[in-house]
Design a protein around this ligand. Structure first.
Ligand code: ATP
Ligand code: MG
Length: 424
C-alpha cells in the first residue's frame, strides 16, 4: 500500500534551488549596503518566552491576539516562535548590556512565524531582514535608516516603491487622539466592518490601518493624528522631512499610517508598491522609544525597520531586471577508461585551486558522450570541457561553447587555467 505523503506545513514554503540564486543575490546586495553604513549583524533565537511578545507587541494587536505559534514545552514553559525580531533584539540588548551609554546599529535576518491566512506575499513562515538602532533620539538617525532603505532599492534596481511617512507623536498625544477617534467611529458604528468594530474596543488606531476598501471613505474623514501632535514631535517630524527634502528622497505624508504594532511612537514609515496586490508593504519601520524600558531595561531611544524578503523577491522576479541563476561556468565531460577519470579529477581540482570563483560541475556517474553532453547542456553551462582517451594521450583538452556559435577549441592541459581565467 502506498504511504500517505507528508507535505510541508500550510503556509511554510520550501525555497527551491531555482529561486535560491535570487534570494542570495538579494541578501548580498542588502548586506553590502548595511556594511557600508557600519551596521553590525546580530543573530537571535527563533524561540522566545511567550511573555516577551505579550509585553512588547501589545496584548490587543493582531499578532498577539491570533497570529502567534505558541506552545508549552516539556518543562511547562510557554514559548513562541518569533513573529518578529524587534522584541528579541531588545531582550538580547538588555541581557548583554548593549545599551549602557552606547550607540548600537544592529541588523538581523531570519524566519518569522505568524498564523495568518496564506496568500501571495503572506505566509506562515516568512523571512525578514531588519535593522534596529539604539541610543539615538533622532531625527538624524530616522533619516539615515530611511536613506539606507532607499539605497537598498536603488542598488537592486527597484524603482516602483513609494515611501510613506507619518508621526505618531508622544504616548500622551496618542492617548488624546485615540479618544477623538473612538468618539468619531462610534458615531458610525453600523458602518464599521467586524474587524473595525472589534478594534474600536481593543485598539482603535488600528482601524486606520484597515485593508478593507469599504472602510476607506470613513477613514479619510476621521480626525487626523498629525493635528494632535505634541510640539516636540511636531519639531522632530519637521526636521526629518527637511533632511529627506535636502537629500532629494521623495515621500508622501500618509496621516493614516499607524503600523500594526503597539510600541511605536513618533516617526513611522513604510515602503509600498502597487505591484503585489493587497500585500503591498515591503518594508516597514518606526521609532519605539519606550520599548526597552517596557521590557525591563534602562530607557533607551530606539528605531528600526523590517522588510519582507518574500515580497521583495516577488517584486524582483516580476521585474525585467536580469536575475542570477544556478548555471555553472563549465561542465566537465569525461569519456573513456579509469585513467581519464583520474586525470579529469586532477584537472578539475587544480582549476578550483587556481580559480576559486569558477563554477565547475564534474560529470560524476559516467555515461556515454551523448548523455553527458545532454547533462552539460541542461546544466546551463557556458562551456563543456571534454576529456576523452585522445585528449588524455596528447595532454590536451577540448572546449565546446554551449550557448554561442563559436568554434571548438583544443588546448594543451597546461594552458587551461590561463584560458579560463580570461573567459568573458
Ligand atoms: P501586513 O500589514 O502586510 O500584515 P505587518 O504590519 O503585519 O504587515 P510588520 O510586522 O511591519 O508587518 O512586518 C514587516 C514586513 O514583513 C511587512 O511589511 C511585510 O513585508 C513582511 N511581512 C509581514 N507579515 C508577513 C507574512 N505573513 N508573510 C510575508 N511577509 C510578511
Ligand atoms: Mg500583519
Amino acid at each position: 500500500m502506498a504511504k500517505k505523503l507528508i507535505s510541508s506545513v500550510r503556509g511554510m514554503n520550501d525555497i527551491l534551488p531555482e529561486q535560491t540564486p535570487v534570494w542570495r543575490y538579494f541578501e548580498t546586495v542588502i548586506r553590502q549596503v548595511l556594511d557600508s553604513y557600519g551596521y553590525q549583524e546580530i543573530r537571535l533565537p527563533m524561540l522566545e518566552a511567550t511573555d516577551l511578545f505579550n509585553r512588547s507587541i501589545g496584548e490587543v494587536t493582531d499578532i498577539v491576539e491570533k497570529e502567534m505559534f505558541s506552545f508549552t514545552d516539556r518543562n511547562g514553559d510557554n514559548l513562541t516562535l518569533r513573529p518578529e525580531a524587534t522584541a528579541g533584539c531588545v531582550r538580547a540588548g538588555i541581557q548583554h548590556g548593549l545599551f549602557y551609554n552606547q550607540i548600537q546599529r544592529l541588523w538581523y535576518i531570519g524566519q518569522m512565524f505568524r498564523h495568518e491566512r496564506p496568500q501571495q506575499g503572506r505566509y506562515r513562515q516568512f523571512h525578514q531582514i531588519g535593522a534596529e538602532i539604539y541610543g539615538i533620539e533622532g531625527p538624524d538617525i530616522d533619516a539615515e535608516i530611511i536613506l539606507m532603505t532607499a539605497r537598498f532599492w536603488r542598488q537592486l534596481g527597484l524603482d516602483n516603491l513609494e515611501l510613506q511617512i507619518n508621526s505618531l507623536g508622544s504616548t500622551e498625544a496618542r492617548v488624546k487622539y485615540t479618544q477623538q477617534l473612538v468618539d468619531y467611529f462610534s458615531a458610525y458604528h453600523d458602518q464599521l466592518d467586524d474587524d473595525s468594530q472589534r478594534r474600536l474596543r481593543t485598539n482603535p488606531l488600528r482601524i486606520l490601518d484597515s485593508k478593507n476598501p469599504q472602510m476607506l471613505p470613513l477613514i479619510k474623514t476621521a480626525p487626523q493624528l498629525l493635528d494632535c501632535l505634541d510640539t516636540e514631535s511636531q519639531e522632530h517630524f519637521a526636521k526629518l522631512r527637511e533632511l529627506l527634502d535636502q537629500t532629494g528622497i521623495k515621500y508622501r505624508v500618509n496621516p493614516c499610517l499607524v503600523r500594526g504594532l503597539d510600541y511605536y511612537n513618533r516617526t513611522v514609515f513604510e515602503w509600498v508598491t502597487e505591484y503585489l496586490g493587497a500585500q503591498g508593504t515591503v518594508c516597514a519601520g518606526g521609532r519605539y522609544d519606550s520599548l526597552v524600558e517596557q521590557i525591563g531595561g534602562k530607557a533607551t531611544p530606539a528605531i528600526g525597520f523590517a522588510m519582507g524578503i518574500e515580497r521583495l523577491v516577488l517584486l524582483l522576479l516580476q521585474s525585467d531586471l536580469p536575475m542570477p541563476n544556478n548555471a555553472p561556468d563549465a561542465y566537465f565531460i569525461l569519456v573513456g577508461n579509469e585513467q581519464v577519470t583520474k586525470q579529469g579529477m586532477y584537472l578539475a581540482e587544480s582549476l578550483r585551486d587556481a580559480l576559486p570563483n569558477l563554477r565547475l560541475v564534474m560529470n560524476c556517474g559516467e555515461g556515454s558522450f551523448k548523455s553527458q553532453f545532454k547533462r552539460a547542456d541542461k546544466s546551463g553551462a557556458k562551456l563543456a570541457l571534454i576529456l576523452a582517451e585522445d585528449e588524455l594521450a596528447n595532454q590536451k583538452i577540448t572546449l565546446k561553447y554551449l550557448r554561442e556559435k563559436r568554434p571548438q577549441v583544443i588546448l594543451a592541459q597546461s594552458e587551461l587555467i590561463n584560458y579560463l581565467k580570461n573567459l568573458d
